[in-house]
Write a protein that binds this ligand. Structure first.
Ligand SMILES: *Cc1c(COP(=O)(O)O)cnc(C)c1O
Length: 494
């Protein structure tokens, strides 16, 4: 192990430093009046390192990671598209980053205008009336949307509408959000191609139905062709349609959820609108609604006044506040930059290109990988592992072997509809050359599985960390530095 591979605390040497704190501007007595229990009694335990130590340590660490900026990342359902660097430049403009949410409205007109314009752009893209940008993530958007659904029924005196229909192929957050919103989840069956079984849906539609949650294309990447019929049935029964638009990439610029009959939806800015994600945030899950539901949107809202200025308002019909102030503003700046960069003309190409790329990979690989559902997919599709099952090489093995070849693995073992699911989503930002390289490598791995299966089963062979003990990691997680030190001491004592 090289010196810089040590943990930052282990690089520490007494007296070494890379930074000097500025002189205390507040005077010697400035802290005398602080209560004793708020005062630090001992010096903070910080690593004592030089600037060069820190730069090498973190630069080396960053190179051990895999990201969209280092290679192809076909993780299905996650839309790991390239995030143009101009978005990052926009997001650090000090005129935006240095403002405070409690500042006078007149002094933050630019920020309010950005919020308003982005909200309008999303409404146009979605075919809905108005959006809130306040929710922090997709699941948070779902919760907000379902609270809107509930507020609507309660306002109509329809209090017994507490049932939310969720397809059994739905993203796990859908039933979870419904439960948190105090609604009851009822499952509707999917047909083998993942689309909703309309015959199974009909008997569920009674006067206790609050609504249905759907994604289209469904979890298998197939377009729900009976959506207009489903929308008619649900509306006739007095329910609302919720669209899980976390992943709007397949439809972007081509089809609008509002036109399909959806009343409420959320969008993940950190998937479709090119905000870097993974590792837990920051995210943003704007929620859009039709005109009759707009009054229930959360507080605060941004309104455009007659004279062209903007105000922050709260409304009495609103379901209340669901976030601090107006949400994750930095993420909104990136999404707005992305939308303006593409413009109305180019945004139309996103969905079709993502779809073309997915179908190109699917058709190129279906001789070696089992394709359970034939036909044109949208932005992603699912293989059920290798076609030749006699090799005993699993989806996990293939995923790990891909790392040896410099590709991130697809999503594996999701959806649960197949035993060996491998969900591939290339996105629109990849070149034909990259797609071809990936296809070549996937063929190569299939060939290895037939000829030298042990090589694939033992993979990854070239990564810093080899195959992990996943059960061990889950049962005995090492989460803190101190714990690791103790483990090291135990090791040394042996
Ligand atoms: C990612 C995703 C979600 C959840 O979004 P988070 O921001 O992770 O909460 C919900 N539904 C679908 C279909 C998704 O792909």
């Amino acid at each position: 192990m090289k010196y810089y591979d040590n943990l930052i605390f282990e690089l520490s040497r007494p007296g070494r430093k890379g930074y000097e704190l500025p002189a205390n501007d507040f005077g010697k007595d400035a802290f005398d009046n602080l209560p004793a229990d708020l005062m630090r009694q001992e010096a903070a335990e910080l690593p004592e390192v030089s600037e060069l130590d820190v730069v090498r340590h973190y630069t080396n660490l960053s190179m051990k990671n895999f990201g969209v900026d280092t290679g192809f990342y076909p993780l299905g359902s996650c839309t790991m598209k390239y995030n143009p660097k101009i978005n990052e430049e926009v997001a650090v403009i000090p005129e935006f980053t240095a403002i405070h949410p409690l500042q006078d409205e007149k002094s933050v007109q630019g920020a309010l205008e950005l919020y308003y314009n982005l909200q309008k752009a999303l409404a146009n893209i979605a075919g809905l009336y108005e959006f809130t940008l306040n929710p922090y993530a997709g699941a948070h958007g779902e919760l907000t949307g379902l609270m809107i659904m509930r507020s609507y029924h309660i306002a109509n005196g329809d209090t017994k509408r507490t049932k939310v229909i969720v397809p059994n192929s739905a993203h796990g957050t859908n039933p979870a959000s419904a439960m948190v919103a105090g609604l009851e989840v009822v499952e509707v069956k999917s047909k083998p191609n993942g689309s909703i079984d309309v015959e199974d849906l009909k008997p569920l539609l009674d006067d206790t139905v609050a609504g249905i949650m759907m994604t289209n294309p469904n979890t298998l990447g197939m377009f729900e062709t009976e959506i207009m019929e489903i929308a008619k049935l649900v509306h006739e029964a007095g329910g609302l349609l919720y669209y899980d638009g976390a992943n709007l990439n397949p439809l972007l610029g081509k089809v609008r959820p509002g036109d399909m009959g959806f009343d409420i939806m959320h969008i993940n800015l950190h998937k479709t609108f090119s905000t870097p994600h993974g590792g837990g945030g920051p995210g943003s899950g704007p929620v859009g609604v039709t005109e009759r539901l707009a009054k229930f949107l959360p507080n605060p809202k941004v309104k455009k006044n007659e004279d062209g200025t903007f105000s922050i308002i709260t409304s009495g019909d609103s379901l209340g506040s669901i976030s601090t102030f107006l949400g994750n503003f930095g993420v909104m700046m990136k999404a707005y930059a992305y939308i303006l960069t593409l413009g109305k003309e180019n945004i139309r190409n996103v969905g079709p290109l993502a779809t073309l790329n997915a179908n190109y990979i699917k058709e190129s690989l279906k001789d070696d990988y089992l394709l359970p559902i034939e036909g044109v997919c949208k932005h992603e599709f699912v293989f059920d592992g290798l076609k030749d099952k006699s090799t005993h090489v699993t989806t996990l093995n293939v995923a790990k072997r891909l790392l040896d070849y410099g590709f991130h693995a697809p999503t594996i073992y999701f959806p649960l509809l197949f035993h060996e699911s491998m969900m591939i989503e290339p996105t629109e930002t990849e070149s034909l050359e990259t797609l071809d390289e990936f296809i070549d490598v996937m063929h190569k791995v299939a060939k290895e599985a037939r000829e030298t299966p042990e090589k694939v089963i033992e993979a990854p062979l070239t990564t810093l960390v080899r195959k992990l003990d996943e059960t061990g990691a889950a049962k005995n997680p090492v989460l803190t530095y101190r714990h690791l030190l103790k483990e090291n001491e135990k090791e040394a004592a042996k």
